[in-house]
Design a protein around this ligand. Structure first.
Ligand code: ADP
Ligand code: MG
Length: 701
């Protein structure tokens, strides 16, 4: 679909210029000097020829059959030019010109006009406000960048044009090759989703990396990204925050979700690897580009110094990778050529005076071991070692096996020649052992993602009619904060157990309600104006007899009237006291980009203080629900400490999946919490002791 953009046979440059320093000059110069093999047509009404090429007055006077136009003229002329391109049959354009949405109100208007022009004419547009596009294999440099990258298999996308320039500069210096470099600009038409999908199909691109500031059409993007990440790694930096955090939240989940969380969840569940810095982005990119994927997570280390070997071992452990145990055969093998003082166990220490050949032999021995899935090679520039030769040996050994090898030559001046050799020979090199290990971790994570079975969303038999009824009732009353009892009836309709409860409007009614339910009971204030009941003294647990209940009633009413004189008090709920069980929270908040986001964590009244929570976007699979549990410290509590019995994890995971289903079934639900859900280890039982649901107004509001 984007062939005309990526591999045009002929390119018109609209706004081509003779004047050095002008964008229109850089573009034509890049096109010519970087060896574009197709035809180039400069368009400029004021020049007869530019850089030896005959110039055309306008779009109309161009010959027919041109594939791509690069536009570098003032913004105000761009929309009409795109219309002309459409009439001329030129189906793709790169709009380099700035002065659109990024440049105030007038620019926003122009961008709308550009959008319309693209829609009406059918011309596909990259940009505006971008650096352009480079396709290394096609020798196409439709950009005003100062460098042309080496040939490679990393495709780069960037929402920041300036960053593209910086990336290029640095890549050239470090011998990192690119297949394509695409500056996406304001994405009036072609966006990250379209490009990632196209690059997914591109056989010249083995890895896709990108810098994005925002993502359009969240759920749709995730689905298409998931298809691509099953085939090749996609690594992204997401800069800037979403608007999610700006919305005032009335639930625990809403207030804990934070602005970046939805992106993190979206990336995780669509297999996108997230990088936290440019450095990390290209650390990972090199590993994926240069090396085969590991088949497992067992890592071996070869080093000529003890210290760095230990650092690498620590990093392996911290990353949750496995430290490979070498076979007896490998030990023997290593012993046969290493000096007696060397360490033949992982980390294999070949000692400071090891010759270059010993590096090769040791790495060979380690990689040949069936118990090793990947290797980290470390070198410190001790007096005897020929760094460059060692690099040659390492590279030769690595090439013999289909296992990833990463290296860290620690130092600067004295290791430079070795590093350069490694980089040119596709052995990823990192300045520290930690970064080398982290890149391996990314590869292992990705391998696991690829092997993960197709997502299956479990569905439970539920009573949707009952939920609709509650929501409609609340909407009729104009009540967006659904009360505790009604929230619980929603939960009950989705298969949750809720404690028995009776409403009471006086001390006498409370006592008789308690009698019906059976002591001990819990008393809770019922008021549409009070969201967090215990904050105002509106919860009393463990009321053991009738006099406790009537005293508690009087006291609670008196206190709350003093503290919240304006609150409407409807009475109290007398509730069955759920004695056993550990308190957890399950909640949902709706992200404007990505939809329902689920939360799990330690429950109770200190949720916000302890912040032991994890998130995931709905709908969620069984495996993902389980991963949410494992992602918290609460998990260990639930497993049982100091001889306690473990709670039924499957039951908790199922509760999360039920809330996932509820939030997908009812988009009207804006946010909700079950806090606490009391999960008992004695009986396989989870009781929703408190619940809060917030709904949206009518759909047409
Ligand atoms: P809120 O969150 O509005 O302050 P809750 O209903 O969650 O009010 O009650 C606060 C705390 O009281 C809960 O975290 C829980 O520890 C305890 N609690 C509330 N209801 C019950 C109940 N039915 N059984 C046992 N404990 C309860
Ligand atoms: Mg609560």
């Amino acid at each position: 679909m984007l062939e005309k953009l990526f591999t045009p046979q002929s390119v018109a440059i609209i706004g081509a210029s003779r004047e050095e320093g002008k964008v229109g000059h850089s573009v034509i110069k890049n096109m010519i000097e970087h060896g574009f093999a197709g035809k180039i047509y400069p368009v400029n009404p004021k020049a007869a020829d530019i850089m030896g090429l005959a110039c055309y007055r306008d779009v109309n006077s161009l010959p027919d059959g041109i594939d791509l136009a690069v536009i570098a003229i003032p913004a105000k002329f761009v929309p009409s030019t795109v219309e002309e391109l459409g009439r001329k049959g030129i189906g793709a354009a790169i709009v380099i010109s700035a002065g659109f949405k990024e440049a105030g109100e007038e620019g926003k208007d122009l961008e709308k006009r550009l959008f319309n022009a693209a829609m009406v004419s059918g011309v596909r547009i990259l940009g505006p406000n971008c650096l352009g596009l480079i396709n290394t294999k096609h020798r196409l440099d439709a950009s005003f960048a100062a460098h042309f990258p080496e040939d490679g298999d990393i495709a780069v996308l960037s929402q920041s044009g300036a960053l593209c320039t910086a990336i290029l500069d640095w890549a050239v210096r470090n011998h990192i090759g690119f297949s394509k470099l695409i500056s996406i600009g304001n994405k009036v038409d072609i966006d990250e989703e379209v490009l990632i999908e196209a690059l997914g199909e591109d056989d010249n691109s083995k890895v896709i990396v990108g810098y994005l500031e925002n993502i359009l059409h969240g759920p749709h993007f995730m689905r298409s990204a998931e298809r691509v990440t099953k085939r090749k790694p996609v690594i992204l930096i997401k800069a800037g925050n979403t608007t999610a955090g700006a919305r005032a939240a009335s639930s625990h989940t809403g207030s804990l979700a934070g602005a970046r969380m939805a992106y993190e969840c979206a990336f995780r569940s669509s297999g996108i690897l997230q990088a936290s810095s440019l450095e990390a982005l290209f650390d990972y990119a090199q590993a994926f580009s240069y090396q085969p994927l590991p088949r497992g997570n067992r890592v071996a280390v070869v080093t000529n110094a003890g210290g760095p070997g230990i650092m690498a071992a620590d990093a392996i452990e911290n990353a949750g990778l496995a430290f490979a145990a070498l076979s007896e055969e490998s030990h023997e093998n290593l012993r046969s050529f290493l000096p007696a003082a060397a360490n033949v166990m992982n980390p294999v220490d070949i000692l400071g005076d090891a010759a270059a050949e010993v590096y090769g032999k040791a790495l060979d021995a380690v990689l040949a071991d069936d118990g090793v899935d990947a290797a980290v090679v470390l070198l410190t520039p001790q007096a005897m070692v020929d760094v460059r030769k060692a690099a040659e040996q390492i590279s030769a050994a690595a090439k013999k096996f289909n296992k990833p090898v990463v290296a860290s030559f620690i130092g600067a001046e004295r290791v430079a020649s070795g590093i350069e050799f490694l980089q040119k020979n596709r052995i990823p090199h990192y300045p520290t052992p930690e970064r080398a290990v982290e890149s391996l971790l990314m590869m292992v994570d990705y391998m696991k993602w690829r092997e993960r079975p197709q997502r299956v969303i479990r569905r439970f038999a539920v009573n949707t009619t009952k939920v609709s009824r509650v929501i409609n009732l609340c909407r009729k009353r104009g009540q967006m904060n659904v009360g505790e009892q009604e929230s619980k009836s929603i939960l009950a309709a989705y298969g949750f157990t809720v404690p028995q409860a009776v409403m009471a409007r006086s001390a006498d009614e409370a006592v008789s309600a308690a009698g019906t339910i059976g002591f001990p009971v819990v008393m809770k204030i019922v008021s549409p104006d009070i969201v967090h009941k215990s904050d105002v003294g509106g919860v009393k647990v463990g009321l053991a007899g009738p006099s406790d209940v009537s005293d508690a009633y009087e006291l609670m009413m008196k206190r709350i009237r003093e503290r919240e004189p304006d609150a409407r008090l409807h009475g109290v709920l007398i509730q069955e006291m759920v004695r056993e069980g550990r308190e957890i929270i399950i909640g949902m908040t709706r992200d404007p980009q990505f939809g329902p986001m689920l939360m799990f964590g330690l429950g109770g009244v200190y949720v916000e203080v302890l912040r032991d929570v994890s998130f995931q976007l709905a709908p969620i699979t069984d495996e993902e629900a389980y991963q949410m549990l494992v992602g918290t410290r609460t998990y260990k509590l639930l497993k049982g400490v100091r001889g306690e019995k473990s709670v039924d994890m499957q039951l908790v995971a199922e509760c999360i999946q039920r809330i996932s289903q509820l939030s997908v079934d009812f988009p009207e639900i804006e946010e909700m919490d079950i806090n606490p859900l009391k999960v008992s280890s004695e009986r396989a039982r989870a009781v929703a002791v408190d619940a809060r649901v917030r709904i949206r107004g009518n759909a047409h509001e």
